[in-house]
Design a protein around this ligand. Structure first.
Ligand code: ADP
Ligand code: MG
Length: 601
C-alpha cells in the first residue's frame, strides 16, 4: 500500500490520466461548446442543450455498455426517476430547486440500486429484459398516477431560479453540469474501479478468478450509471420546464445505446460524438423531407456497416492508429531499476512439506449419467509440486473446477489449511490465496498484457472499488516484475488476445501469481505447446514455486514433463483415483501402466 502511494506521488499519474492530447481534446470540446450560443440563432440553443443532455445520458449508459459490457435496455428509467423526483420535490413538496437538483439523481441511484440488485443476478439477455421491464414499471407509474405526475399531460411548471430563465442561461448551466459529470466519469473509467469494470467486460470468469466479486462490481456500476442518468434527467426537467411520460417510454432507452454505438463505445467521448451526430442528423433530415425516418434509418445502417467501431473508431483507423489505443491504454513507464529475480510480495514461508494445504474428501460431480468425478479424496502437502494425471475425460478439469468453486460439487468437501471452502464463491476462494489457471487459457483478451497483470494485482490489494486513483499509477513495479518473471515484459503493451498461445499461457500464470498465492492450481499448463516449450514452462513453474515456497497442483498429459517436475503424482481414471504416490511408485505401478501409460514408460 505504501508503495502504491509512492507510485502515485511520483507524479506521473496526473500526466498519465491527462496526457496532452486528452487535455487538448477536452478543452477544445469545452471551448467549442461554450462558443456555440454566440454563433447560432437562439432557437438552436434548445437543440444544443438537448444534445448535451443526450451526451450525458449516453456517457452514463456507456459505463455499462462500453466499459462493463452490460447491455441495459432500460436506462431511460433513471432519467425518468431523476427528472420526476426532482420535479415533484420542487413542485409538490416545496423543496428548494437546488436541493431538488441534488435529490433527483440520488433518487435515480436508489432506484438503480433496487432494480440493479435483481438485474445483475441474470445474464446477458435476461439482464436486458429485466432492465426493460423496470423501465416499463416506471413508465406505468408516471403515466397512470395522474394526480401526482400529471399523467400524459406531463409535469409542468418546473421553472426554478430567476437566474436560470431563458435558453442561453439553461445552456450554460447544463454545459457546466455535463462537463463536470464528464470529468467525473473520465476519472472513474481510468481508476481501479474503471479497470476492474473493463476486466468484467472482457472476461467475467477470469475477473472472478482474480478474486473480484463480479456481481457486486456490476451492481455498483449500475448504480453509478443510474446516478449520472438521473443528473441528465434533472437537467432535462429544469431546462424544458416539464417532464413527460414519453421520456420513459421503452423506445427512449434506445437513444443512449444508439449514440454510444454510433460514436464508438470503446472511446470515452464516443457517446458525445454520437449524440451530436444523431441529433443533428435527425434535425437536418427532418427539415428537408417528410420521409425522414426512412432516410434516418438508411444513414444509420450505412454508419453501422462502414464503421463497426463507431465514428471515433473510424477516424482513428483513418489516422492509422489502433482503434482503441488511447494514451491511457499504454503501460506505465517501466521503472529504471528493480530486482527482476523475485516475484512481488515475496515471503519466507516455511515449506517443510509436513503441513496439509489442501484436503479433498469424497468429492463428487455427475453430469447426467456421466460420473465425471466420483468420490475423489486427495491430500496436497505444503511446498510440494503435485501432479494429477489421467487420460482425457478422467475428470481432472471437473475436479479443479470444484476446488475453486467454478462448479458446485454434488457431494464432498474441500478444506484449505483445515478450513472448509467447498461452499464459498470463487472470488472468496481466490481471495484466500488460491490461484488457478484454466485448461482453455482464460485472460482479458481485449486488454494489454500489462493491464491483465495490473488488474490482478489491484484485485489482490482490494483496490477494485477505488474510483478516484488512476489505475495506471498503482502497482507499477510489481506489474513489471511479474511480467519480467514470466518473460513478457517485452510485450507489455500488446493486446493480450494477439499474443502467441504460449505467451497467453505465461500471461495467465502471471495473473495467477499476482494473487500472491499459497496454492497454485494449473490445469494443463502446457496444453498446445511444443514439447520443448512444455518442459521449459513446467521448469519455470517449478522454479517459481521453490523460490516462493508455493504449493502447486497441476494436471498434465506429457509423461516426461510429469516425471521431471512432480514430487507426487495422483492418477485419475474415470472419475476415480487409481493410484497415488511418488514418481517411482507410479512409474512401476501395474494398474497405472495398464490403463494409462500403456506398456512402455
Ligand atoms: P479431463 O479434464 O480429465 O480431460 P473433464 O473433467 O474435462 O476431464 O471431463 C470428465 C468427464 O465429464 C468427461 O466425460 C466430460 O465429457 C464430462 N464433462 C465435463 N464437463 C461437462 C459438462 N459441463 N457437462 C457434461 N459433461 C461434462
Ligand atoms: Mg481437462
Amino acid at each position: 500500500m505504501g508503495e502504491d502511494r509512492q507510485a502515485v506521488a511520483r507524479g506521473g499519474v496526473v500526466r498519465e490520466l491527462f496526457p496532452r492530447p486528452t487535455i487538448l481534446v477536452g478543452l477544445g470540446t469545452l471551448l467549442f461548446a461554450a462558443a456555440v450560443p454566440g454563433v447560432i440563432p437562439i432557437f438552436y440553443t434548445f437543440l444544443a442543450t438537448d444534445i448535451m443532455i443526450l451526451a450525458l445520458f449516453g456517457l452514463s449508459l456507456n459505463l455499462l455498455l462500453g466499459y462493463t459490457g452490460m447491455v441495459s435496455f432500460g436506462h431511460a428509467a433513471y432519467v425518468g426517476v431523476g427528472g420526476y423526483a426532482a420535479g415533484l420535490l420542487f413542485l409538490r413538496a416545496g423543496v428548494p430547486a437546488a436541493a431538488a437538483y441534488l435529490l433527483g439523481p440520488v433518487a435515480a441511484a436508489l432506484a438503480a440500486m433496487l432494480f440493479g440488485f435483481f438485474a445483475v443476478r441474470l445474464s446477458a439477455v435476461y439482464f436486458a429484459m429485466l432492465t426493460l421491464a423496470f423501465q416499463m414499471i416506471v413508465y406505468t407509474i408516471v403515466f397512470k398516477w395522474r394526480s401526482l405526475t400529471g399523467g400524459e399531460d406531463g409535469l409542468r411548471g418546473l421553472r426554478p431560479a430567476e437566474s436560470l430563465q431563458g435558453p442561453i442561461a439553461d445552456y450554460y448551466w447544463s454545459l457546466g453540469v455535463v462537463a463536470l459529470c464528464a470529468l467525473a466519469m473520465y476519472v472513474l473509467v481510468n481508476s481501479s474501479l474503471g479497470y476492474t469494470l473493463r476486466a468484467i467486460r472482457e472476461n467475467p470468469v477470469r475477473t472472478q478468478h482474480m478474486g473480484v466479486n463480479v456481481r457486486l462490481h456490476q451492481w455498483i456500476a449500475f448504480v453509478i450509471a443510474g446516478f449520472f442518468a438521473g443528473i441528465a434527467g434533472v437537467i432535462l426537467a429544469f431546462s424544458k420546464g416539464s417532464m413527460f411520460p414519453e421520456y420513459v417510454y421503452w423506445t427512449a432507452a434506445a437513444d443512449p445505446i444508439l449514440v454510444a454505438v454510433l460514436g464508438g463505445m470503446h472511446a470515452y467521448l464516443g457517446p458525445v460524438v454520437g449524440a451530436v451526430f444523431y441529433r443533428l442528423m435527425v434535425y437536418l433530415v427532418g427539415r428537408y423531407t417528410e420521409y425522414w425516418p426512412l432516410v434516418e434509418g438508411a444513414i444509420l445502417v450505412l454508419v453501422a456497416i462502414t464503421m463497426p467501431q463507431g465514428i471515433i473508431g473510424f477516424l482513428q483507423r483513418l489516422r492509422g492508429g489502433r482503434a482503441r489505443a488511447t494514451p491511457a491504454a499504454r503501460a506505465a513507464g517501466r521503472p529504471e531499476a528493480f530486482a527482476p529475480r523475485r516475484a512481488p510480495q515475496s515471503r519466507s514461508r516455511p515449506a517443510d512439506g509436513r503441513k496439509e494445504v489442501l484436503r479433498v474428501v469424497e468429492l463428487r460431480k455427475h453430469f447426467g449419467g456421466v460420473r465425471a468425478v466420483d468420490g475423489v479424496s486427495l491430500s496436497v502437502e505444503e511446498g510440494k509440486v503435485h501432479a494429477i494425471i489421467g487420460p482425457n475425460g478422467a475428470g481432472k478439469s471437473t475436479l479443479f473446477n470444484m476446488l475453486t468453486g467454478y462448479l458446485q460439487s454434488d457431494a464432498g468437501q474441500v478444506f484449505f489449511y483445515g478450513r472448509e471452502i467447498s461452499q464459498l464463491p470463487p472470488h472468496a476462494i481466490i481471495g484466500s490465496r488460491i490461484s488457478r489457471t484454466f485448461q482453455i487459457t482464460s485472460i482479458l483478451k481485449g486488454l494489454t498484457a500489462y493491464e491483465n497483470v495490473l488488474i490482478a494485482l489491484l484485485a489482490r490489494r482490494r483496490r477494485t472499488l477505488d474510483c478516484l486513483t488512476p489505475a495506471k499509477g498503482l502497482a507499477v513495479e510489481d506489474t513489471w516484475r511479474l511480467l519480467e518473471l514470466v518473460g513478457l515484459s517485452g510485450q507489455a503493451d500488446q493486446i493480450s488476445g494477439f499474443l502467441s498461445h504460449g505467451d497467453q499461457k505465461r500471461l495467465e500464470l502471471a495473473i495467477a501469481l499476482a494473487n500472491d498465492p499459497v496454492l497454485l492450481l494449473l490445469d494443463e499448463p502446457t496444453a498446445g505447446m511444443a514439447p520443448q516449450e512444455r518442459l521449459e514452462s513446467v521448469q519455470l513453474v517449478k522454479r517459481i514455486a521453490r523460490q516462493e515456497g508455493l504449493t502447486v497442483l497441476f494436471t498434465e498429459h506429457d509423461m516426461d514433463v510429469v516425471f521431471s517436475a512432480a514430487d507426487r503424482i495422483t492418477v485419475m481414471h474415470q472419475g476415480r483415483i487409481l493410484a497415488d504416490g511418488g514418481p517411482e511408485e507410479i512409474r512401476s505401478d501395474d494398474r497405472v501402466q495398464k490403463v494409462y501409460l500403456g506398456v512402455s514408460v
